[in-house]
Design a protein around this ligand. Structure first.
Ligand code: ADP
Length: 414
C-alpha cells in the first residue's frame, strides 16, 4: 500500500514537472513566433521602403533603365524607359525584352553582353519613334555570390543633341553655299574682264555692275549673319525707349517707297496716333523693313500693302503687315521663320534675299518681349503679325481706380 502510494506520488510529481516544463516551452515558442512575425513585418516594411526609394531614384533619372534576368525576361523598367518606348507602368509577368521593345538591335546587345560582360556606346535609331536617336550601354550584374544574375540596359536619349548637331551642320553648309555663290560670280566676272583687254566699254561696265550686285549681296549676307549670331547668343544690346509707333513706322515706310513705286504698289498706314510702344528703335526698324520689304518683294505687281496696329489687351499692341500677293503654301508656314528657308529659292535669290530676314524678325520680336506669326491664303495674300509692349497702357492700379470711379459715378446717377 505504501509502495503504491509512493509510486502514485512520484508519478504525480513527474507529471507536474512535465506539465510545467511543457507549458513554459509552449509560452516560449509562442513568444518566439510573435517576435518572428514582428520581424517579418518590419522586414517587409523595410523592403517596401527600399523598393519605393529604388523606384524614386530610377524614375528621377533622365536615362531609360531596364533590368532583365539572364533569359531575357524583364524584371524592371523605369519611367524614362516607359516614355522612350511607350510602355505600360509595369512589365507583364514573363515578358521578354524582344516582346516589350520589338527591337532586334537591343536583343543583339543583350546577347553580346551576356558573352562579354558589358557592351558600351551602341547607337540605335528605333524605326517606330520617328526621329528618336538613342545610345545603349549594357552590363551584366552579379549576384552577391559572385555569379551573373541579371543584365542592366541603360538608354541615353541623344535625339535633341543630334538635332542640334544637324541644325549646326546644315547652317554651316548653307552659309558656305550662300557665300560661295556670289563669290564665284564675282571671281568669274573679274577674270573675264582681265582676260579680255579688248572688251568694249559697254560690256565691261555691264560686268562691273554684276560684280557690284554680287558684292552687295555678299555684304548683306554677312551683315544678316552677324545680326543673327548676336541675337542668338543674347549679345544684342536692347535699348528700350518710349516711341510714338505711327511716326516711327511712317519714317521707315518712306525709305521703302522707291521699291513699292517700282512695282506700282500702294503702301497704306493705319495706326492710331496715340499708340506709344516700349522698343529699341533700331530693332523695331529692322522688323518693319524686313516685313514690308518682303510684302513688296513677294507681293503682286500693282498690289497693296497694309500696315495696321490694334491695341491687344492691357499692355500690348499687335501690328499686322498684309499684302494681296500670291500667299505662302500651307506646308511652308511652319518653316517660314527657319534660317535660310525659302518657298522659292530662285525667286528669293533673284530679289537679293538672304533667307535670314524672317529668322531675324522672330529673334528681334522675342528680344523685345513679343512674338511673331503668319497667316496666309494661297492666291489671296499674306499677313505677318507681331506684338510689342505698349508704353501708353494704363498701369493696372490706375485702371482699377478708374473702374471704381466710373462704377461710383454710374451708381450715383441711378
Ligand atoms: P528672303 O531673304 O528670302 O526674303 P526671308 O526670311 O525674309 O528671306 O523670307 C523667307 C521666305 O518666305 C522667302 O524666301 C519667301 O519665299 C517667303 N515669304 C516671306 N514673306 C512673304 C510674303 N509676304 N509673301 C509670300 N512669301 C513670303
Amino acid at each position: 500500500m505504501e509502495i503504491t502510494l509512493t509510486i502514485l506520488l512520484t508519478a504525480a510529481i513527474v507529471s507536474l514537472f512535465w506539465w510545467i516544463s511543457n507549458r513554459s516551452a509552449k509560452d516560449k515558442s509562442a513568444s518566439i513566433a510573435e517576435d518572428l512575425s514582428t520581424m517579418r513585418q518590419q522586414l517587409q516594411k523595410t523592403w517596401t521602403e527600399m523598393e519605393h526609394h529604388r523606384d524614386a531614384v530610377f524614375d528621377a533619372m533622365a536615362e531609360g533603365v531596364l533590368l532583365c534576368d539572364l533569359s531575357g525576361k524583364i524584371l524592371f523598367w523605369n519611367r524614362a524607359c516607359r516614355r522612350l518606348f511607350n510602355l505600360p507602368e509595369n512589365p507583364l509577368d514573363g515578358m521578354t525584352l524582344l516582346e516589350a521593345l520589338r527591337l532586334h538591335e537591343v536583343l543583339e546587345v543583350f546577347e553580346r553582353t551576356l558573352e562579354k560582360g558589358r557592351t558600351m556606346g551602341v547607337e540605335l535609331k528605333p524605326r517606330g519613334g520617328a526621329s528618336l536617336h538613342l545610345m545603349l550601354n549594357a552590363v551584366v550584374v552579379d549576384h552577391s555570390s559572385g555569379k551573373p544574375d541579371s543584365v542592366l540596359l541603360i538608354f541615353h536619349d541623344l535625339t535633341q543633341l543630334r538635332e542640334l548637331e544637324n541644325a549646326r551642320r546644315d547652317f554651316v553648309a548653307n552659309v558656305s553655299h550662300e557665300l560661295r555663290t556670289p563669290l564665284s560670280m564675282i571671281k568669274g566676272f573679274v577674270e573675264t574682264v582681265m582676260d579680255h583687254p579688248e572688251m568694249d566699254l559697254e560690256t565691261r561696265v555691264n560686268f562691273l555692275g554684276k560684280v557690284q550686285k554680287h558684292s552687295d549681296r555678299l555684304s548683306l549676307l554677312i551683315e544678316d549673319l552677324l545680326t543673327i549670331s548676336k541675337l542668338e547668343s543674347g549679345q544684342a544690346t536692347v535699348n528700350l525707349q518710349d516711341v510714338h509707333l505711327r511716326g516711327e513706322v511712317a519714317r521707315v515706310l518712306s525709305d521703302l517707297e522707291r521699291g513699292a513705286q517700282a512695282k506700282q504698289m500702294r503702301v497704306n498706314l493705319d495706326i492710331a496716333n496715340d499708340i506709344r510702344v516700349k522698343v529699341d528703335v533700331d530693332l523695331l526698324d529692322q522688323i518693319i523693313i524686313n516685313l514690308v520689304d518682303n510684302a513688296i518683294k513677294y507681293g503682286r505687281q500693282g498690289g497693296r500693302v497694309e500696315v495696321k496696329a490694334n491695341r491687344n489687351g492691357n499692355d500690348q499692341v499687335c501690328i499686322g503687315i498684309a499684302d494681296d500677293g500670291p500667299g505662302i503654301p500651307p506646308e511652308s508656314l511652319d518653316r517660314i521663320f527657319e534660317r535660310f528657308f525659302r518657298v522659292d529659292k530662285a525667286r528669293s535669290r533673284s530679289q537679293g534675299g538672304t533667307g535670314l530676314g524672317l529668322s531675324i524678325v522672330k529673334h528681334i520680336a522675342q528680344a523685345l518681349g513679343g512674338r511673331v506669326w503668319v497667316e496666309s491664303e494661297l492666291g489671296h495674300g499674306t499677313t505677318f503679325f507681331f506684338t510689342l509692349k505698349r508704353s501708353d497702357a494704363l498701369s493696372s492700379q490706375t485702371e482699377l481706380q478708374l473702374d471704381k470711379h466710373l462704377h461710383a459715378a454710374s451708381s450715383a446717377r441711378e
